[in-house]
Design a protein around this ligand. Structure first.
Ligand SMILES: *[C@@H]1O[C@H](CO)[C@@H](O)[C@H](O)[C@H]1NC(C)=O
Ligand SMILES: *[C@@H]1O[C@H](CO)[C@@H](O)[C@H](O)[C@H]1NC(C)=O
Length: 502
């Protein structure tokens, strides 16, 4: 009983950043070797974090590939950091274990691995957003354990701290006191895992241009666009918003440079419409593309649309996600805030501006990713693709159970024979259709919220949609269909002739 309830979902890979989505239980647990990483569970979690003023906890699942890749790096980092003064403690919790579920909930673990930095017996919790290789982890955590803002006492300090690859926020204060200084430090403490902070009493140490200050000022250095920007607004919220909005490039670059990863994540997480230009960065007229695109992005700044340019080398996954091919590049995709997409393939630099204007004016036809409509569809479980979904599900007047699956998803494979059994049992019922859609090869309409695979929905004859989240047994699924279907008072059930071809 408990086992059949296991709705383990394979993750939907979000373009660049992959993680495993939180599932339920699993049996396996590896044998433990002596380790520098503390193993915690719900019984000894609180006492352990109370003992260590600074501790990093990894929430993992034994089956998660990204966790397996992290494990040796994490272990190595833990060994190095155990000798640090003060010691930095690394721990892990198997969040897949039933008993640890409450910890996973408490710490808002939504995917694996999730790493949290806990300070002061867990009264201060931050997401670990640093690198995932041993040296990177060590370096990042050493910085996290020190003061939130480093004092800059010389030009040398400044050039050591303010690199050319990252955002760096410096507060310049005639005196290290007063409300502005306190607010700066509070924000630095709050955002320390996302940005690097420093402070100085002498503006002349700072690079990239003269800063004439008469009152406390913040200069945010960035490795793109105008290279730095200043503010004198120390209101905590305003200051935080300033940092967040100033540290996103006008055009995000999606290539294999790990320094860009943070911007790519921000790009995909923001709530704006998104314009994405994909092309091979080695083509002849790349500069012409980039400069035109930058110009257009500047023009649209603050108008609710964010811009990204992706190198073909790094963007294959993204293209596949959109159902597009490398041969169609240079191409541009716009995804609006409702997820509706517009695509222009074989793009020329001169066409970008006009095409964006057409988009703004609402003149473009949406793009839909779909497999071809199958010519033969005579298996018990019918094949639905984006281009026939409306006909089969919404306009057919039938009760449709629809599974969204991914070809690589093991749990979907397990469900397949069960769905077959369900479909066979309804074979003589002309008003019930059992169907499946490869959600990786077709756009899923907004009516269905698919966050993992398999996800099963039922749409009644009158298009009332409910998600199936019962046990994965034929019996339970059949009962569910019988309970939720619309009664066929007006449509007499056809006998053994079977049902119409889809
Ligand atoms: C916490 O308890 C688990 C299970 O008993 C044990 O394996 C682990 O070593 C304990 N961890 C600590 C830090 O005491
Ligand atoms: C990009 O173009 C270069 C030069 O034409 C070519 O060698 C390379 O294979 C292309 N990259 C991809 C991913 O197609």
């Amino acid at each position: 009983m408990a086992i059949s309830r296991v709705w383990i979902h394979c993750a939907i890979v979000a373009l660049a950043v992959a993680a495993c989505v939180l599932p339920a239980l699993a049996e396996e647990s590896g044998s433990e070797e002596p380790s520098s990483v503390l193993t915690l569970d719900v019984a000894n979690f609180s006492e352990t974090i109370a003992k260590h003023p600074f501790i990093v906890v990894e929430f993992y699942a034994p089956w998660c590939g990204h966790c397996k890749r992290l494990a040796p790096e994490y272990e190595k980092a833990a060994t190095i950091l155990s000798k640090h003064d003060p010691p930095i403690v690394l721990a892990k919790v198997d969040a897949n274990e039933e008993i640890n579920k409450e910890l996973a909930t408490k710490y808002e673990v939504k995917g694996f691995p999730t790493l949290k930095i806990l300070r002061n017996a867990g009264t201060n919790i931050q997401d670990y957003k640093g690198p995932r290789d041993a040296d990177g982890i060590v370096e990042h955590l050493k910085k996290q354990v020190g003061p939130a803002s480093a004092e800059i006492k010389s030009s040398e300090d400044a050039s050591n701290l303010i690199g050319v690859k990252k955002v760096f926020v410096v507060g310049v204060f005639p005196e290290y006191s007063g409300e502005e200084y306190m607010n700066f430090m509070a924000v630095a403490e709050k955002l320390r895992s996302d940005y690097d902070f420093g402070h100085t009493s002498d503006a002349k140490f700072l690079p990239r241009g003269h800063l004439n200050i008469y009152k406390p000022t913040v200069r945010l250095f960035k490795p793109f666009d105008e290279l730095f920007v200043d503010t004198q607004d120390f209101d905590i919220d305003a200051f935080q918003t300033f940092i967040e909005s100033s540290s996103v490039p006008i055009v995000t670059t999606f290539n294999k440079d790990p320094n860009n990863h943070q911007y790519i994540t921000k790009f995909f997480n923001n709530a704006h419409a998104k314009a994405m230009l994909f092309l091979n960065f080695s083509i002849e007229n790349i500069d012409s593309f980039k400069s035109k695109y930058q110009e257009i992005a500047e023009h649209y700044k603050g108008k609710g649309i964010s811009f990204l340019v992706g190198d073909l080398d790094a963007s294959q996954g993204a293209l596949q996600y959109f159902g597009l091919e490398a041969e169609q590049t240079p191409l541009i995709v716009i995804q609006d805030i409702n997820g509706v997409k517009f695509v222009k393939v074989h793009l020329e630099p001169d066409q970008i501006a006009t095409w964006l204007k057409e988009y703004k004016d609402g003149n473009l036809t949406p793009f839909r990713k779909s497999e071809p409509i199958p010519e033969v569809n005579d298996e018990p479980v019918k094949i639905v693709v984006a281009d026939n979904l409306k006909d089969v599900v919404f306009d057919s007047g039938k009760n449709v159970l629809l599974e969204f699956y991914a070809p690589w998803c093991g749990h979907c494979k397990k469900l397949a024979p069960i769905l077959d059994e369900v479909a066979v049992s309804f074979e003589n019922d002309a008003n019930v259709i059992i169907a499946k859609m490869d959600a990786t090869a077709n756009d899923v309409p907004n009516e269905f919220e698919v966050r993992g695979y398999p996800t099963v929905f039922f749409s009644s004859a009158s298009n009332k949609i409910v998600q199936y989240d019962g046990d994965r047994t034929a019996g339970d699924i059949i009962n569910f269909i019988q309970k939720n279907r619309d009664t066929d008072k007006d449509t007499p059930v056809q006998s053994n002739t079977g049902k119409d071809e889809l």
